[in-house]
Design a protein around this ligand. Structure first.
Ligand code: ZN
Length: 165
């Protein structure tokens, strides 16, 4: 019997630090507040998922992920959209993400600026075009529960978290 390793259908629990090219910390998960994900379910960027495949509990990892294997290259420029295009009363702040719909397809967009009654809306992920530098440790690996597999994401480190969907 081999050691349990990172592969599709496993919930993997990580601590990690994510930095950009300049060494600026973009995101992190500590051992005290770790990050669980379901391997093989597009929970994390492809480049990191590939780097983690086959790793064992306790393994440390480092991965430099290009935009293409990360959040994509930037495509197009932010668009100016009048505040009135959004539902009245909906709170809007720079940094918020929305799902935009043209009636046929839906896409995520981000509010990247605001000036008076005009909003700057970008359909690029905030980390598009950024080379991602991950470093971390595999803290735990377990079989995903049936419900987690059907949802396509883990329910917390132990699979016990409830959520509303
Ligand atoms: Zn779920």
């Amino acid at each position: 019997m081999g050691a349990i390793k990172v592969e599709s259908g496993k919930v993997v629990v990580l601590s990690y630090v994510l930095k950009d090219e300049g060494g600026e910390i973009i995101d992190e998960a500590t051992a005290a507040d770790p990050f669980p994900y379901l391997h093989g379910a597009e929970n994390i960027v492809p480049g990191l998922e590939a780097a983690l495949t086959g790793k064992l509990v306790g393994d440390k990892f480092e991965a430099v992920v290009s935009p293409r294997e990360g959040f994509g290259e930037r495509i197009g420029e932010p668009q100016i959209v009048p505040r009135s295009a959004f539902p009245e009363g909906m709170p809007i702040e720079v940094g918020m993400q929305f799902i935009a719909s043209d009636g046929e397809s839906e896409m995520p967009v981000w509010i990247v600026g605001q000036e008076g009654d005009e909003l700057l809306v970008d359909n690029n992920h905030p980390l598009a075009g950024v080379t991602l530098h991950f470093a971390g440790t595999i803290l735990a690996i377990r079989d995903a529960l049936q419900e987690e597999l059907s949802h396509g994401h883990p329910h917390g480190v132990d699979g016990l978290n409830t959520h509303d969907h």
